[in-house]
Design a protein around this ligand. Structure first.
Ligand code: SIN
Ligand code: CO
Length: 388
């Protein structure tokens, strides 16, 4: 993808301009980002998904049993017939994992690292419905998919911004509106993290939110150190050979701190381990149970391809790759593999989720490393045979 090509999706900006001037910084309204966009899923189908056990869904009812009532799915079939005419919202997470046509929408966002993309959440709101003024800690592209939505944006917030007293929802008690627009199907609003926003359905309204993954500093530290700790032997300890005699045995001298810092630095600066952890963390699937894999003999795997089978990425799998001094790393749904450098083009096509078959895999099937990699990814569940 050429970063200097103007994109309709970005209102005629190039991805280079968008990343430089807006991404993570300021909002952007894009009229007809996807002209003629029609939602591949209807409100009824969305409601149907929210009945499923494995799907994460929420209902926000503005004047339910209490103001801003939050109910969590899965919902019973009669839930929707009992809702008021106005002022409620159904939100369904990760619809891209269940509806391939929704996952295809993500192809438009390939100008961003795919491992930063989290999911496509879809909301349906009855007229007047909204989830209240709030901020999110992630970037979001809000694509209007059906009906109209009135969006207002406000101030930048942080953990000190005052919230309503509410046990389940983080609703701002003080919203200072700055701009507002009514979005029609195909229009899109980009919001950077922490910008206050408030969306209200004008009529029956569906909004797609393309959300991003950004681990918190606390997550990075706790998860990386847990990962690192697996590789550290118990004998590797705080040590103080050459210590100076101290004036007071109860005092912790600052040279102890220097020794601690050196110990931390020695381990935390291992780039290969840091990259390995990060790649695994960012490719962890949202629903690991949907990346189940299968028992398969190598001979049967090769035979299936020779018989015309097509390999595709499991829509629930997450894939990324990187390069280290001693080869390439492939991250597949929370696992990593160190691979020889000659597999670079194969890794690229595996990650870009191309359909793989005998014709485009020929040379890789003849290569032992390539063949084993493909076979292992099928056994792990990141790749699967298309049902055709
Ligand atoms: C919605 O689609 O109703 C909410 C999206 C958001 O405000 O983050
Ligand atoms: Co939001």
């Amino acid at each position: 993808m050429n970063p200097d090509t103007p994109l309709q999706l970005l209102g005629g900006l190039t991805s280079r301009e968008f990343l430089r001037d807006y991404w993570q910084q300021k909002p952007l309204l894009i009229r007809q980002a996807l002209p003629g966009f029609e939602s591949p899923i209807t409100p009824d189908e969305l409601a149907g998904l929210s009945l499923e056990e494995e799907v994460e869904s929420r209902l926000v009812i503005e004047h339910g049993e209490r103001p801003w009532e939050l109910r969590r799915g899965p919902f019973a079939e009669d839930t929707f017939s009992q809702l008021p005419e106005r002022e409620w919202t159904l939100l369904v997470q990760a619809v891209d994992q269940f509806v391939p046509e929704v996952a295809e929408l993500l192809e438009h966002f390939r100008f961003l690292p795919s491992w930063r993309i989290d999911d496509v959440m879809i909301s349906f709101a009855a007229p007047g419905g909204g989830v209240g003024p709030h901020y999110d800690n992630y970037d979001v592209f809000l694509l209007q998919a059906h009906g109209r939505r009135h969006w207002r944006i406000g101030q930048m917030c942080d953990a000190d911004s005052p919230l309503l007293e509410h046990s389940d929802l983080r609703i701002l008690s003080d919203f200072q509106g700055t701009d507002e627009w009514v979005l029609e199907p195909g229009d899109m609003l980009y919001l950077p993290p922490r910008l206050a926003h408030l969306g209200t359905a004008v009529d029956d309204c569906m909004t797609y939110s393309v959300g991003f993954r950004a681990p918190s500093a606390a997550e990075v530290l706790t998860h990386f150190t847990d990962f690192l700790a697996q590789f550290l032997p118990d004998e590797d300890r705080y040590s103080d050979a050459g210590i100076e005699p101290s004036g007071d045995p109860h005092q912790i001298q600052l040279d102890a701190l220097d020794r601690l810092k050196a110990l931390l630095q020695e381990h935390m600066s291992d780039e290969r381990l840091l990259l390995t952890w990060f790649g695994q963390f960012m490719t962890e699937p949202r629903y690991p149970e949907l990346v189940a894999g299968e028992e398969l003999q190598l001979d049967d795997f090769i035979q299936a391809l020779e018989d015309g089978a097509v390999l595709v990425r499991n829509p629930s799998a997450r894939l990324a790759w990187s390069e280290v001094d001693i080869g390439l790393l492939l991250f597949a749904s929370g696992q990593s593999r160190l691979l020889p450098s000659h597999l670079r083009e194969l890794l690229k096509s595996i990650c870009s989720a191309d359909a793989l078959h005998l014709d485009n895999l020929g040379q890789w099937l003849a290569d032992e490393d390539g063949r084993n990699l493909l076979w292992e990814l099928v056994k792990q569940g990141s790749l699967e045979f298309a049902d055709e």
